[in-house]
Design a protein around this ligand. Structure first.
Ligand SMILES: N[C@@H](CCC(=O)N[C@@H](CS)C(=O)NCC(=O)O)C(=O)O
Length: 219
């Protein structure tokens, strides 16, 4: 069966990044279709692959899977050797909980700090609502690092790179873009995540894409 991942512009599409990073981590062959997010035909091009009208979409053979977290779950089942979820049931449940929390929440951060992998906005003012999202994200990272990641001698939330890290990769990119400063534990995790091979591959591709003016802003 052939795998095809349909994503939006890599520099701006954070949901695409989550699926793309997870699939790249699996180390299996796949085709990729990148749909620029600003074209007049963007909705139609996306609709060709998903009636939900959103990217990412993973197509396995003839079958589309049209949501980032559902894609990560599918990859974890299809490629168990990739260890996208921890083997311990409680660690796995917590990895899924924090991934679901990311998927369903942090709306203020996602709205006010859009992903832009190749920009660094100096002096960006973080609103109180976004600061609340950032505090909760850092709390998740500190707790999972101390309870699971460090105990496993890994650099990531649950030890080795996994699905929860893929879900938070666009947040790590935003921390750099918007100059979010935190403590040593969080900084070390952000560094490790951004240096991980799957994230690097995504960011390198993002750097070569055309700019979409309406997603850029000056401060
Ligand atoms: N819950 C979905 C959200 C996907 C989503 O909102 N994707 C955006 C791009 S990041 C999209 O497809 N936008 C369509 C458009 O801009 O036309 C997921 O997790 O995959």
């Amino acid at each position: 069966m052939s795998l095809t991942l349909v994503v939006g512009s890599k520099n701006y599409s954070s949901w695409s990044m989550r699926a793309g990073v997870a699939l790249s981590h699996c180390g299996v062959p796949y085709d990729e279709i990148v749909i620029p997010l600003d074209g007049p035909d963007t909705p139609q091009r996306i609709a060709d692959y998903s009636r939900a009208g959103r990217v990412p979409v993973l197509i396995d053979g003839e079958n589309p899977i049209w949501d980032s977290l559902a894609i990560i779950e599918y990859l974890a089942e299809k490629f168990p050797e990739s260890q996208l979820w921890p083997s311990d049931p409680m660690a796995r449940a917590i990895a899924r909980s924090v991934s679901a929390e990311m998927h369903a929440g942090f709306t203020n951060l996602r709205t006010e700090l859009p992903m832009n992998c190749r920009r660094c906005y100096e002096g960006f003012r973080i609103s109180d609502l976004v600061a609340r999202d950032i505090d909760r994200i850092c709390e998740i990272w500190r707790e999972t690092r101390s309870r699971f990641g460090q105990r496993q001698n890994g650099e990531f939330l649950f030890g080795p790179f996994g699905g929860a890290d893929a879900m938070f990769a666009p947040v790590a990119s935003r921390f750099v873009t918007y100059g979010v400063s935190t403590d040593a534990t969080v900084t070390a995790y952000v560094d490790a995540l951004l240096k991980s091979p799957a994230v690097q591959t995504w960011m390198d591709a993002a750097h070569t894409e055309p700019t979409i003016e309406r997603y850029e802003f000056e401060i």
